[in-house]
Design a protein around this ligand. Structure first.
Ligand SMILES: [Fe+2]
Length: 287
């Protein structure tokens, strides 16, 4: 079934068939204060599940995020469930400052190492955090690329070739995601992908060794192993389903967290030029 026959299907359908090697996929869209560029950015986001915006230079990082949130009626930033738990108070903020800090506690934000593919919202259910916006204040001196995985595209490809393997990923407790924040013990079990009644696919695919436990239902161990081998193969290097993006200062990466998983390369920076991102997550889809 191709996209042409599914005009009435869910809007993320286009994304199932795109190729992340397309030159336009990660090409920044210039956004002006007048709103010029916002529609094109939205089209990119719809098509690829992510988009890169070059924001007006006179907007502060937070204003740049708010500008896009307002343009798409995303509402106020949503604080992920993990950060609302007792013990996580220091992270309970609408805008997260992401930079290495040798004295800080956050297992993902405060370190320079690579991060494997995941969706934001460790403890949130599938689709609870549909949008993530990351504004680049300052890139790393070396490395630090953001990686995007067309997760629902990979899932669709898998179900075309090995439906039994794809089906395991939709089991209600196949994927456990656990907090690794010090002093916060919590986890959420759920599917890696949800197929909705109208044929849509919701992504929760995360494969970070420290926070992810795959739990195969009895008798489906082989099918899960095949599913993970397929996705890890497709996400292991840039290609049809994976692209690397190096954000420049003043650029925003907008991600449909309910369709695309993201990761990060390790990086090097210096005290004088620390890599710095400002991130906000949203509980509403763009309108
Ligand atoms: Fe993330």
């Amino acid at each position: 079934m191709g996209p042409a026959g599914n005009e009435k299907g869910p809007c993320e359908l286009k994304q199932l068939f795109v190729d992340y090697r397309d030159a336009t996929a990660a090409c920044p869209v210039a956004v002006a204060r007048s709103g010029r560029g916002v529609d094109e950015l939205g089209d990119r986001l719809d098509t690829y599940g992510f988009a890169v915006a070059q924001m007006p230079g006179d907007l502060s990082p937070q204003d740049a995020i708010d500008f896009l949130a307002e343009a798409w009626s995303l509402g106020a930033p949503y604080v992920p469930a993990l950060y609302r738990l007792p013990g996580a108070e220091q992270f309970n903020r609408p805008y997260a400052d992401i930079r290495a800090n040798d004295a800080a506690d956050h297992p993902g934000f405060a370190v320079r190492s690579a991060q494997e593919f995941h969706v934001d919202g460790t403890l949130d259910g599938p689709g609870a955090v549909p949008v993530v916006i990351m504004y680049c204040v300052r890139p790393a001196v070396r490395g630090g690329e953001s990686l995007l995985l067309n997760a629902i595209g990979v899932f669709h490809a898998l179900r075309e070739t090995d439906p039994a393997a794809a089906a395991v990923l939709t089991r209600p407790t196949v994927l456990r995601r656990s907090s690794t924040l010090r002093g916060v013990e919590a986890y959420t079990d759920g599917p890696a992908f949800v197929v909705t009644d109208d044929g849509g696919i919701v992504n929760r695919y995360s494969d970070v060794p420290s926070t992810t436990t795959w739990i195969a239902p009895a008798g489906e161990e082989d099918a899960l192993a095949r599913a993970l081998a397929f996705i890890r193969q497709e996400s292991g290097s840039d290609g049809r389903y994976r692209v690397s993006v190096r954000l420049a200062a003043g650029e925003c990466l907008v991600v449909r967290n309910d369709r695309v998983s993201h990761a990060r390369q390790g990086y090097e920076d210096t005290a004088a030029h620390p890599r710095q991102l400002l991130r906000a997550t949203f509980g509403t889809s763009p309108r």
